[in-house]
Design a protein around this ligand. Structure first.
Ligand code: HT7
Ligand code: ZN
Length: 875
């Protein structure tokens, strides 16, 4: 397996001006004719370079150059490429190939999802449809004709505008589509099937009317309203916030059940994993509604950040993904509670990206090399990439950031560019030198800020000393200092915000300011400070860093109750909870009886009964750090002790604060029928959280409450909230509820996914046995990525204590599934491998067992590139 390096980039020798594709669609055997108008783009004086087209899993039927069949001596068709020797300066190449969509279980290229056919071309799927220069810097105008059986495939869709359609003989029909925008091959899409659609429309800021169409199976037509509403909101938001208008006459979204990722931003024809389209109150939770809005927004925003301006090469992936993540985060923040959204984003970053950045698979936001590009659709490229964009906004200010965005669109519309062009536009608009900032793109690892302070009462000077460091990561033993925005404030002992004045400054100081860190060690001297303040650091999580400051219990309580920044308020509570639980872990490890201190229960109770707090924020503040986040705090992870300590806190809260929890839960009881937009999602979250605390000590009374909620729920949020607690309880009601749920929803794939994952994430000791049984369940299908994620992924990535069973049964199970998946869908197999990459963080026994699984995987003779790369780098 070869490694591709960023430093080896060379511009393409040949450009493709137009692509005419014609498909004779059939699930068993599809014939594709491709007519490419090609022009040489290299200096031919030193010799003519061959034309090399990428191609995989294709049967070549014929090859013509300017209408004449090519002699076999003029080309070679090998595995991975078709080479045409000595081509003229400009010519038309006509390639006919055959493919089998039904046999395509990798779900890349053209494949069958149930009765429909659809494509996924990012990153390198187009080469599985026809031979092509399948790289993002080759942009062309596409015209596509689809022919298919009219009764099984009445709907034929491709990118752009419908030009013509009509009937053919033998019950077949055709449709021709033309996309006037030049695009890279990864944005190509076709869909054919028997689909219903929900129509809608949007009038753009310049007064053009755009048709919106959400395509689904007929039975799901009633579940598209939220997706359509979200799309309209996203279109409006992008106009208002970034001045970006949609550019085609039609915007289509198609939901498919078999999909490797969340969705795909193909020009004018998004293809979505059905879980990010379909929703009804009975089948979707508040979180599902939220995720749909986010993903619909994300794919729509790609139309400008990704499609109109795309990446020069795949090393620049964060150019579109980091930027679009930032845009979708801001969209969601504007649609719901900004602080709660920020907290959720930080939680995700810390629980998934920080571990990636600290392990053997760490890579920069702009990687230097890859074996398989699909492995780099990572938390780092997406979410750390999004934080990098956010830091630019923090450093430049909103106005200059917006000017930078405008400049970027003005300069590069229609081009395939690098991250450098984006940052240059920001530097020019903000009149800033961002050369040091580029290290965020080139250096991997999570920086650590160590903060200390000193107060001189006589002079009223308060000094903050900030030291930055970054641990070594693969291939990067030593790091240069980053350019880091550190947003902060100071509170006096009464919790009042102080005006901040750095030495040498005059005039009234703001109460929040952004300190710019550029050196390994920096001092900031604040003047006019009357008494020792408490520093409020990293407000709004202004940089993706870890921060250490020696806060006392009292400092944390002050920040938690008084800081103006909601993120800092939440964080102070999390730090307290981490300290508490880690203390209990140490007690457990030392063989002593752990106990939850009274002070914690009291402050938890005070927060729970604080009526001034927003319910959604309160739910976040009262949620304990996850077992995997706690694991990150340990040198050697002890999954059993972490679980025991965290459960002890939950059970103690449930017991000691029973009345307060019952009251808080009742205060959140529904007063009207459920509606996803009723503004009560925070209330429902708090209510379900209270129930889970009440259930933790295992009281019969709480089981009764859960059963009552489960039976009476008029929506999936409440139903699942109750069922989740029951799935974790060793009581007879558990099986009864799970069985009833299955019987009710057996025909709804999305809900049955939830049923699988609830059982896979149950912390009960017998969970692995149940997971093994579920593998044999008639509804389990290893070829369906959502099902794999809901069983194999949920167990191995969201059930730390059961997956890390000390005897290694969980590891064996995962190893077996990865090997099975390797032959079916390498992308999904590789994604399942992440838990093994963390093997070094565990005790020797577990290390050996995990290593053995990695070695077993690497010994597989037909190991896919995707799996090979991650397994080899993990060892
Ligand atoms: N840009 C899309 C990436 C994607 C993808 C990548 C590899 C394999 C399958 C895939 N499906 C979608 C999704 C996005 O970030 O919007
Ligand atoms: Zn994206």
């Amino acid at each position: 397996h070869q490694t591709v390096y960023q430093k080896d980039y060379v511009a393409p020798d040949y450009l493709v001006e137009t692509v005419e594709l014609s498909f004779d669609l059939d699930p068993d055997l599809t014939r594709v004719v491709s007519r490419l108008k090609i022009r040489s783009d290299h200096d031919r004086a030193g010799g003519v370079r061959p034309l090399v087209l990428d191609g995989e899993e294709l049967t070549l039927v014929s090859l013509k150059l300017d209408g004449i069949e090519l002699e076999p001596s003029r080309y070679q068709a090998g595995e991975g490429a078709l080479t045409v020797n000595d081509p003229p300066e400009s010519f038309v190449l006509e390639v006919t190939t055959e493919i089998s969509p039904k046999a395509n279980t990798a779900l890349s290229g053209l494949y069958a999802s149930g009765p429909m056919l659809c494509t996924q071309c990012e990153a390198e799927g187009f080469r599985r449809i026809t031979y092509f220069t399948d790289r993002p810097d080759v942009m062309a105008v596409y015209t596509v004709t689809l022919r298919a059986d009219k009764s099984s495939c009445p709907v034929l869709l491709a990118n752009g505008n419908l030009v013509e359609k009509g009937d053919l003989t033998d019950g077949r029909h055709f449709a021709t589509w033309h996309d006037p925008f030049k695009k890279p091959s990864y944005l190509f899409a076709v869909v054919a099937g028997d689909l219903a659609h929900l129509p809608g429309s949007f009038t753009t800021m310049s007064g053009r009317q755009v048709n919106l169409e959400i395509y689904v199976e007929e039975k799901n037509r009633g579940k598209c309203d939220h997706a359509l509403r979200s799309l309209i909101e996203a279109m409006r938001w992008d106009e208002e916030q970034f001045g970006r208008e949609y550019d085609l006459d039609t915007y289509m979204v198609v939901a498919v059940d078999d999909f490797n990722m969340g969705a795909m931003e193909n020009k004018g024809l998004n293809v979505f994993n059905s879980r990010y389209v379909l929703a009804s109150p009975e089948t979707a939770t508040d979180d599902d509604y939220q995720a749909i809005e986010e993903v619909i927004g994300h794919e729509y925003f790609h139309n400008w950040t990704g499609n109109r301006i795309t990446c020069r090469d795949w090393f620049q992936l964060s150019l579109k993904e980091g930027l679009t993540i930032f845009r979708d985060q801001e969209f969601s923040a504007d649609m719901q509670s900004r602080p709660v959204k920020r907290i959720a984003d930080v939680r995700l970053l810390r629980s998934s990206q920080f571990p990636e950045d600290a392990g053997p698979l760490a890579h920069p936001v702009r990687p230097d090399s890859y074996v398989e590009i699909n492995n780099f659709y990572s938390m780092t490229v997406y979410h750390k990439g999004g934080e990098v964009i956010r830091m630019l906004q923090t450093l430049l200010g909103r106005e200059a950031f917006r000017a930078g965005m405008n400049l970027y669109f003005e300069r590069h519309d229609g081009q395939a560019v690098r991250v450098d062009e984006f940052v240059q536009a920001m530097a020019d608009a903000g009149k800033r030198d961002l050369s040091q900032f580029m290290r965020w793109y080139n250096q991997s690892g999570t920086p650590l800020l160590t903060v200390s302070d000193d107060f001189e009462p006589a002079s009223g000077v308060y000094t903050l000393t900030v030291t930055q460091s970054c641990p070594p990561t693969p291939g990067q033993p030593v790091k240069e200092p980053f350019h880091i925005p550190l947003a902060m404030g100071l509170l006096d002992k009464q919790g009042r915000e102080l005006p901040l004045q750095l030495e040498g400054e005059s005039g009234p100081g703001a109460t929040t300011r952004v300190l710019e860190l550029r050196q390994e060690m920096q001092r900031f001297r604040f003047t006019g400070v009357e008494s020792r303040p408490v520093p409020s650091l990293l407000r709004n999580f202004s940089a993706p860093v870890k921060l250490v400051y020696p806060y006392s219990e009292d400092d944390l309580t002050l920040l938690m109750t008084s800081d103006s920044d909601p993120f800092v308020r939440w964080e102070a509570g999390q730090v307290q909870a981490v300290q508490l639980i880690m203390g209990l872990v140490r007690e457990i490890q030392a063989g002593r009886a752990p106990a939850v201190p009274e002070t914690f229960i009291r402050s938890f109770g005070a927060l729970l009964t604080d009526q001034r707090q927003d319910r959604a924020f309160l739910a976040e503040a009262l949620t304990l750090p996850t077992e995997s986040y706690l694991a990150e705090q340990m040198e050697v992870i002890d999954p059993a002790a972490i679980h025991e300590a965290r459960e002890l806190v939950r059970a103690t809260v449930g017991e000691r604060l029973r009345e307060e929890l019952v009251a808080a839960r009742e205060a959140c009881a529904p007063k009207s029928p459920y509606h996803p937009d009723d503004g009560l999602a925070g209330c429902r979250r708090l209510k379900n959280l209270c129930l889970s605390y009440l259930m933790a000590p295992g009281s019969r009374e709480a089981v009764g409450m859960a059963m009552e909620q489960f039976r009476g729920a008029d929506n999936m949020t409440d139903s699942l909230g109750a069922l989740a607690t029951l799935a974790g309880c060793d009581c007879p009601e558990r099986d009864e509820a799970l069985e009833a749920f299955y019987r009710k929803w057996r025909d709804d794939r999305g809900v049955i996914d939830k049923w699988f994952s609830l059982q896979a994430t149950s912390r009960l000791p017998q969970t692995l046995d149940r997971v093994l049984e579920l593998l044999e369940h008639p509804d389990f299908d290893i070829r369906n990525p959502n099902r794999v994620r809901s069983l194999v992924g949920a167990f191995s990535q969201a059930n730390q204590v059961r997956f890390h069973d000390a005897a290694g049964r969980g590891y064996r199970f995962l190893g077996d599934q990865i090997l099975r998946l390797n032959a079916i869908n390498p992308q999904i197999a590789a994604r399942m491998l992440t838990p093994f990459s963390r093997w070094r963080r565990f005790d020797e026994g577990r290390q050996e067992l995990m290593k053995k699984e990695l070695e077993r995987i690497l010994a597989e003779p037909d190991l896919a590139r995707d799996v090979y790369e991650l397994a080899a780098k993990s060892l």
